[in-house]
Design a binder for this molecule. Structure first.
Ligand SMILES: [Zn+2]
Length: 102
């Protein structure tokens, strides 16, 4: 598969992946992600890579902030997942704006 060559491995933040394993993923995606955390992508079989790409990379890692202005990487993704699609920074800013508006 070609995507691995183009794949930005900086997306594979340990903390973000561990969060997914803990809270979001079911097997087999959870087991495969756990393997990526401990051993990296290179140990996965083609089939496992396919599952990882489909259920983890596409669904969780390739996300942009809802503000539409920037992409989100690494452990900032966790903020995105817990703040309804906004990164921690945007969520903070919106909260401050909301407070100022009242
Ligand atoms: Zn943002």
């Amino acid at each position: 598969m070609n995507w691995r060559e183009d794949f930005d491995e900086s997306l594979l933040d340990q903390e973000a992946l561990a969060y997914l394993v803990e809270y979001e993923l079911d097997d087999p995606a959870a087991g495969i992600t756990q393997r990526v955390i401990t051993h990296g992508l290179s140990v996965l079989t083609e089939k496992q890579l396919h599952v990882f790409k489909k259920y983890v990379v596409d669904e969780w890692l390739n996300q942009k902030c809802q503000c539409g202005n920037h992409s989100v990487e690494g452990d900032e993704l966790i903020g995105l997942w817990v703040n309804d699609g906004y990164c921690g920074r945007c969520a903070d800013r919106m909260e401050k704006d909301a407070r100022r508006g009242t």
